[in-house]
Design a protein around this ligand. Structure first.
Ligand code: UD1
Ligand code: PEP
Length: 427
């Protein structure tokens, strides 16, 4: 316990110092996507034999926590470089580490325990503090598959003696809810159909992995169908997709400074809507020879943007676009239709002298004015990244605190920005 508190103190103290005003140009390589890695690590634990996941963003705090939590609950996970070997081991056994409360994706242990006909008490999940993060659809779906669920002060208890496939309709396309039920249904008897499921690229990738492992999953627009198997062999190898969220963030970072960037081994496939907006704003983005290029030399235009499930703009990118709006003369609006309170970072961005105000689920930015260096706190992962972006164009030095929030999702962000020419260190 003392160790944990010490650990938390150190994380909160971690800071980043940025000297703004440098043009960011050059080439970078992306890490594996956090939001693909987390569900795929859980899904790989459906298998009897170790499945090797390559390109895992292993330095990310959320990934490390999920690994520790799964291991402690009995899963077999071995690490070699940025590859992970994952199998069921004797999951679920023992208790679930309290660290599970620091991340949202510990929720997937519920589906995994139901799939493996076990019982598990999960401490309340966490994740970014961005408003209501409900999980009623997870619990409803697991119950429809035959699991018993009990919510207590200590957490969520799941127990299953074996699932039975069902037709399940979501009132909105939850990402983690879809993933949780795909995992739970993979070892249930019969067919499960999830209607109004989320079928974003991370989920299509997870379905591909599961099929290679011996599951039977089909995903198309908003419908996921799972034919339960009595056993999932595993024992395959699969690479985590590149972090498209990182790609958009670094394109925006470079564009804000008037730079030009090349993202190696990447395509526009997963970011078409982001690119449509970037082009309208005045950022040139194109794909050539297996890489993506972006130029931020032109003047930026103010814009209106709202978030939506894929193929819309992911809510994760709204704080990134909010920072970009500082470089566009005029009034831009950013509306988050996915989360109820994802504008805590706005108060931090104001510290740079930027004109940004949030009302309900909308932020309004008056761009085109210079920013000054400031002391700001990373309120959450993407909000923290937006402060880094503001600091990159601000005059003078900025200090960002609570950097561990940013490290939950951006692997080696300081190193990657330095490679593009930023003056940034983590004292
Ligand atoms: C690790 C990961 O991949 N996290 C992503 C995932 O989070 P996560 O899976 O948590 O997001 P969801 O899609 O579940 O949540 C979106 C909205 O649906 C609501 N909801 C969700 C579940 C439910 O049972 N009932 C309900 O009402 C939530 O309160 C929220 O307002 O998708 C989000 C939306 O694209 C992204 O911002 C997160 O980065
Ligand atoms: C909100 C995010 O993550 P999580 O769902 O893990 O909190 C994110 O990646 O921006």
């Amino acid at each position: 316990m003392a160790m944990t508190m010490e650990h938390q103190r150190t994380n909160q103290q971690k800071t980043m110092r940025i000297e703004g005003g440098r043009e960011l140009s050059g080439t970078i390589r992306l890490s594996g996507a956090k939001n693909a890695a987390l569900p795929m690590i859980a899904a790989a634990c459906l298998g009897e034999e170790p499945t090797i996941l390559d390109n895992v963003p292993i330095e990310l705090r959320d990934v490390q926590i999920l690994i520790r939590v799964l291991r402690e609950a009995g899963a077999y996970i071995a690490l070699e470089g940025s590859s992970l070997a994952c199998a069921r081991g004797d999951f679920p056994r023992g208790t679930v580490n309290r660290e599970a409360s620091e991340i949202r994706y510990s929720l997937l242990l519920l589906g995994l325990a139901a799939a493996h006909r076990g019982e598990l008490l999960l401490p309340m999940p966490g994740g970014c503090k961005i408003g209501d993060r409900k999980y009623d659809l997870h619990l409803m779906g697991l119950q429809r598959l035959g699991a018993r669920i009990e919510e207590t002060e200590a957490g969520i208890r799941v127990a299953s003696e074996g699932g039975v496939g069902a037709d399940i309709e979501f009132y909105l396309p939850t990402t983690s809810g879809t993933e949780n039920l795909m995992i739970a249904a993979a070892l249930a008897s019969g067919r499960t159909t999830i209607l109004n499921a989320n079928t974003r690229p991370e989920i299509m990738e997870m379905a591909k992995l599961m099929n290679l492992m011996g599951a039977k999953v089909s995903c198309s627009n908003r419908v996921v169908q799972i034919d339960g198997q009595s056993r999932i062999q595993g024992g395959v190898r699969y690479a985590i997709m590149p972090g498209w969220d990182e790609a958009v963030t670094y394109i925006v970072a470079s564009a804000m400074t008037g730079g030009e960037i090349c993202i190696a081994d990447f395509s526009l496939d997963f970011i078409r809507e982001d690119v449509r907006h970037l082009r309208e704003i005045g950022v040139d983005v194109f794909e050539w020879g297996g890489a993506v290029y972006a130029s931020g030399k032109k003047q930026k235009r103010a814009f209106d943007l709202f978030t939506a499930p894929y193929p819309g703009i992911n809510s994760d990118m709204q704080p990134i676009f909010a920072a970009l709006a500082f470089t566009a003369a005029g009034k831009s609006t950013i509306t988050d239709l996915r989360f109820t309170d994802r504008f805590r970072y706005v108060e931090e961005l104001k510290k740079f002298g930027g004109s940004i105000h949030a009302f309900g689920n909308t932020a309004i930015v008056e761009g085109g004015r210079p920013l000054q260096g400031a002391h700001a706190t990373a309120t959450d992962l993407r909000g923290g990244a937006s402060c880094v972006l503001a600091a990159l164009i601000a005059e003078g030095e900025s200090i960002i605190t609570n950097v561990s929030q940013i490290e939950r999702g951006y692997e080696n962000i300081a190193g990657k920005l330095r490679q593009l020419g930023a003056r940034i260190d983590t004292p």
